[in-house]
Design a protein around this ligand. Sequence first.
Ligand code: SAM
Length: 200
Amino acid sequence: MAISMRRNLPERRATSTTDRAFDRLLPEALRRLSYMHWTPIEVAIRATTLLCPSSGMRILDVGSGVGKLCMVGAMSSEGLWYGVEQHETLVHTACELAGALGVADRTRFLHGDDLYNPFEVPLFDVDHGQHLLDFRLKVAGVQDRLAALPERARVVTLQGFGGVMPRSYELLYHERIAAAGLDLALWVQGAAARTITEPS
Ligand SMILES: C[S@@+](CC[C@H](N)C(=O)[O-])C[C@H]1O[C@@H](n2cnc3c(N)ncnc32)[C@H](O)[C@@H]1O
């Protein structure tokens, strides 16, 4: 499972030539969201090695946007990549892109609200007390979902998820990706996590 939170980001990340090539495949209106919202390819490749170390794994990207992480994952691993996204337009774009890139058989994109990013509520004209309450409820909901995942489930977070991982998880790997200014972490569920060794 992959969860990313874009908060406290550097002003504007430099984009690589491969990221710009990916952006050119997107409808123009979605391209301008890239630098802030879609995972840089370098980071997506690192996340793929953590989430999908062997063939036949199934990975869920919670908040999949235009499907960039799933697309990179499907092109660079032998797993089956699922994305769930709250904006239907983004789901359509992801499905079209997966077809164009030849990974439609290894990706699935679903439209839905999966409890994910509490900071996506409007920043203005809101009741801040209610906002804080909603945020805490959503984080608690995510924590409950994470705690219920089976033994050895892998969770990769990018900039955390707004809360603390349940105590049943082991932090197996952490990396600061300097070029992107992002923190990537791999958590594994359950006591068996201690027996897993991650390559550096
Ligand atoms: C930072 S973007 C990440 C995009 C993608 N994971 C990637 O790697 O390029 C976060 C995405 O999560 C979606 N999102 C936020 N809250 C959500 C929710 N409750 N359910 C489904 N999607 C959500 C947003 O619409 C946005 O597209």
